[in-house]
Design a protein around this ligand. Structure first.
Ligand code: TMP
Length: 214
């Protein structure tokens, strides 16, 4: 039986998801919770291979958007059944760096695949395992790209897109959040790191009071 809490983080590259996930894990652990963090694509042996193929392997360079969609879905299907559901059953907090909303937005909006097909495939891949809450770290595309360019190392295949692509990603996320306001919490990702961390903690404590006080 699912007794844990499933939290996802979404947003464009460079929005600060991994930093906030680190803060959140530290806060949850201080309170005695067992946390499991996962990232998408990846998080299982098969998923990590898929991540490599999508982001770095030369064989991934000719992938058509349809194949990309199915690979993201395959990685997620494995992650849900192998890792996420058992952890939720064990009362853990699962924190995922991206989940199905990334597919809705990147494949269904920015790559312009038919949104209803993307929704069907998403649904099939997750099999009803949906986040309790999704933090959207929202930031305009130019700022996100400027932040990315300051990171060390060369951009991977998924990061080398024109600014219009990231604008579509941002709009896609805002649209997704507007259609499910009860699940999404939109945060301005240009706020300071500490300020954002506190906002995330407060939101969780208020929204899942029962989970945090039991
Ligand atoms: P990240 O590790 O920086 O979050 O990068 C993952 C990349 O993969 C990012 O460009 C978004 C992309 N992506 C999709 O296009 N669809 C998906 O379903 C997921 C999970 C990620």
């Amino acid at each position: 039986m699912r007794r844990g809490l499933f939290v996802t983080f979404e947003g464009s590259e460079g929005c600060g998801k991994s930093t906030q996930i680190r803060h959140l894990v530290a806060w949850l652990q201080q309170q005695g919770h067992t946390c499991l963090t996962t990232r998408e694509p990846g998080g299982t042996a098969a998923g990590d291979q898929i991540r490599h193929l999508l982001q770095h392997a030369p064989q991934g360079h000719g992938l058509v958007p349809e194949a990309e969609l199915l690979l993201f879905a395959a990685s997620r299907a494995q992650l849900v059944r192998e890792v996420i559901l058992p952890a939720l059953d064990a009362n853990h907090v699962v924190i995922s760096d991206r989940f199905h909303d990334s597919t809705t937005v990147y494949q269904g909006v920015a790559r312009r695949l038919p949104p209803d097909r993307v929704a069907d495939i998403n649904h099939f891949a997750v099999g009803g395992c949906l986040p309790n809450i999704t933090f959207l770290l929202d930031m305009d595309a130019e700022t996100a790209l400027a932040r990315l360019s300051k990171r060390n190392g060369p951009a991977d295949r998924m990061e080398s897109e024109p600014v219009a692509f990231y604008q579509a990603v941002r709009n896609g996320y805002l649209h997704a959040a507007a259609t499910e306001p009860q699940r999404f919490c939109i945060l301005d990702a240009t706020r300071t790191e500490d300020d954002l961390a506190l906002a995330i903690q407060q939101t969780l404590s208020q929204k899942f009071h029962g989970f945090f006080t039991r």
